[in-house]
Design a protein around this ligand. Sequence first.
Ligand code: HEC
Length: 196
Amino acid sequence: MLKIIFLILLAFAAPAFAKDDAEIKLTPESIERGRTLYTQYCVACHGLKYYRGEDAKTGLPPAMDPQMAEAAFGVAPPDLSLMASARGRGIEGATYIYRLLTSYYTVNGQIRNKAFAEETKTDGAIAMPPPIPMDDPALKEKARDISAFLLKVSDPSADERRGLGPWVMVYMILLTGVLYLLNRYTWREVKKKLKG
Ligand code: HEC
């Protein structure tokens, strides 16, 4: 019985120990900073069709006309509403965006991106120039906040579900205990008879 409870506990607790090196936190402050940074660094090219906010009741359109952007960059900048969910489950997708924004480098003067290379299994030649300069001292914090914001946009109820997790766990443990007692109660007569 104890062993079962222990295993249940372990199964629920294990993901909490998984290391997250980007340290993206879905706090309201980070998400709010990310929203501001998005309108500073990303909205020129990328829209957020499905984003809903006080100031954007029907989504955020990109500032640049998509056809013009395609002519300029060779690839049309995709809408980012669902990007965080498209590039991984939960925090994984946000971590990808964080890595995308922070892993630019050049080869013979040509722009390359490490995260993009891994995702697309190519040499990492990406049509998007680095949105935040690689030598910006606040690059990591900015990338973190933007990623948190984009995860929130693509999955608005994520933290609600996450907040529910511990309660589901408590419920399961209590239920296990009750079922165990019920089981003993149900079989007590039979066991007594068997013993003799
Ligand atoms: C100057 C225009 C421009 C700006 C500004 C810009 N992007 Fe992009 N972005 C692009 C283009 C073009 C692509 C398509 C790249 C490709 O497929 O090679 C792209 C692609 C992406 C992708 C998809 C990558 C993939 O895995 O397919 C993400 C995520 C992204 N941008 C995030 C951002 C974020 C976040 C910002 C703001 C910090 C930003 N972009 C700012 C032009 C831009």
